[in-house]
Design a binder for this molecule. Structure first.
Ligand SMILES: [Zn+2]
Length: 159
């Protein structure tokens, strides 16, 4: 290993400490100084990589918090959708043709009676004077659950 010479003035206390270090290890002053400087440089390099690791950790922690917040939102949305799906499966009235029960899904999604296969569109836009076979309370609950789903869809377009 090639070597260079460094002339450096050091505080007396430091010189004494280096002397003690050399004596304790049974080495010459030069070896002690080289050893100590090497360790010092290593410590400075480690400090930088520790700082890098800490910065990485801070960034990762922030990202984790973001992902957790998104997960909370997604769970809330899923719960709202589940509520709507449950509500859509409830009876909202009876078929005007065969008087069998029909659900919100039969009415809005399938638009036919599951029993007699008659179209249910008449229930959504009844002719004047026609008597509705829909349960108004169940219909309002279904519309309320649909409103919550629409709110989610609307808010998700605002992000
Ligand atoms: Zn029917």
């Amino acid at each position: 290993m090639s070597s260079e010479t460094i002339y450096a003035r050091v505080p007396t206390a430091m010189k004494e400490a280096i002397d003690t270090y050399a004596t304790e290890r049974g080495t010459k002053l030069t070896s002690a100084v080289v050893d100590l400087l090497g360790r010092g440089l290593e410590a400075v390099a480690d400090e930088k990589s520790i700082n890098d690791l800490l910065a990485n950790l801070a960034r990762t922690t922030a990202e984790k918090a973001d992902v957790e917040a998104e997960l909370v939102t997604a769970r809330a949305q899923l719960a709202t959708l589940s509520t709507f799906a449950d509500r859509a499966g409830q009876r909202v009235g009876t078929c005007p043709s065969c008087s069998k029960p029909i659900t919100g899904a039969d009415l809005f999604a399938v638009t036919r009676c599951p029993a007699c296969k008659q179209p249910l569109t008449e229930l959504l836009a009844p002719k004047a004077g026609a008597v509705s076979t829909l349960d108004q309370r169940e219909m309002l609950l279904l519309v309320g659950a649909l409103g919550a789903v629409l709110a989610i869809a609307y808010l998700s377009t605002k992000k």
